[in-house]
Design a protein around this ligand. Structure first.
Ligand code: PSU
Ligand code: MN
Length: 308
């Protein structure tokens, strides 16, 4: 039997990220599933570009992460982002299959879980997204719980979100995070947000109101030898929010369609988001873009504070 030689990790940094690493400049990781599976073209491309601009304006460097032809890219050039935004049939990669895409030289977009793994490997400790995956409604039956939650428990990256996507069971998602020892910190509010809405009706487990305090909290966890990430919930700006009562109607309809069409596994989240986009005549997308931009701004401020 011939012994397999371990392959080297095929990792490439964009010019901008490579230079930032040399200078020790603050870097913010960005996921790519939100581009390929979370939003329709061209809104997805506009969002991908605007979050990068916002991060630069705050004095940090954006690193959009994706697997392209078997190479793990930490930071994409603009043409690569544009190509990704229009690609169809791209894999949606999580902890279970990111190495598969690399080994098999495939292309794939990274979810929150896979982006955390890649960011941590690249020495990046802050990451901005829209909403994390979580415990799905009806998980008692389906056992559908996003790998994002387990990743938060083990990988030391600060994830800035607008809360778990409201299509999920938010109370159960919070219970799971508590059990796994993941701190959930709402930014500048005591009320836990619900993605498109500023309020979930639940109180936030923790709350902090400055980027410096968030950076300090994560450093203190490191000092204690606690592994794992930190979930920041950043409520969507008021002018873009869709009230919870209204969202619940669309979510109910989308969930009913998913059940009727027997959608399962990785397809559930993209299916629901697309359905809600149509049910709200595109309004949910405007809110989604606004909240990702808002999260990118806060993530950049935290990355800058981590460097102080
Ligand atoms: N947030 C969004 N849009 C998205 C996602 C998050 O605003 O498309 C993606 C993220 O990549 C997240 C994934 O990790 O959905 C969760 O998928 P699942 O529920 O299958 O774990
Ligand atoms: Mn799932």
């Amino acid at each position: 039997m011939t012994k397999a030689i371990s392959p080297l990790l095929p990792i490439v940094y964009s010019k901008e990220v490579a230079a930032a690493k040399v200078r020790g400049a603050p870097i913010v990781a960005l996921e790519s599933t939100i581009i390929t599976h979370g939003m329709p073209f061209p809104g997805n491309l506009e969002m991908a570009r605007s979050v990068e601009t916002i991060i630069r304006e705050q004095g940090a460097v954006p690193a959009t992460i994706a697997v392209i032809d078997g190479i793990l890219h930490i930071g994409l050039e603009d043409a690569q982002i544009a190509a990704l935004a229009q690609m169809t049939g791209v894999m949606k990669l999580s902890r279970a299959d990111i190495a598969f895409a690399l080994a098999e030289r495939r292309s794939g977009a990274t979810t929150v879980a896979a982006t955390m793994i890649a960011a941590s490997r690249a020495g990046i400790s802050v990451f901005a997204t829209g909403g994390i995956g979580g415990v799905h409604r009806g998980a008692e039956e389906s056992l559908d719980i996003s790998a994002d939650l387990e990743e938060l428990a083990r990988t030391p990256v600060i994830v800035v979100s607008a809360g778990p996507k409201a299509i999920l069971d938010i109370p159960k998602t919070l219970e799971f995070l508590e059990t796994r020892g993941v701190p959930v910190v709402t930014y500048d509010s005591e009320e836990f947000p619900a993605f498109w809405s500023r309020n979930s009706g639940l109180r936030s487990p923790l709350s902090l109101s400055s980027p410096a305090a968030i950076a300090n909290f994560q450093r203190m966890r490191e000092q204690l030898g606690i592994e794992g990430g930190l979930l920041i919930a950043n409520p969507v700006p008021e002018e873009y929010e869709i009230p919870r009562e209204e969202m619940e109607i669309y979510i109910g309809r989308a969930l009913a369609s998913a059940e009727r069409e027997e959608v399962t596994g990785k397809d559930v989240t993209p299916f629901l988001l697309d359905n809600i986009f149509h049910l709200t005549a595109g309004r949910s997308l405007k809110t989604n873009v606004a909240l990702v931009e808002n999260n990118a701004r806060l993530a950049a401020e935290i990355a800058v504070a981590m460097n102080d």
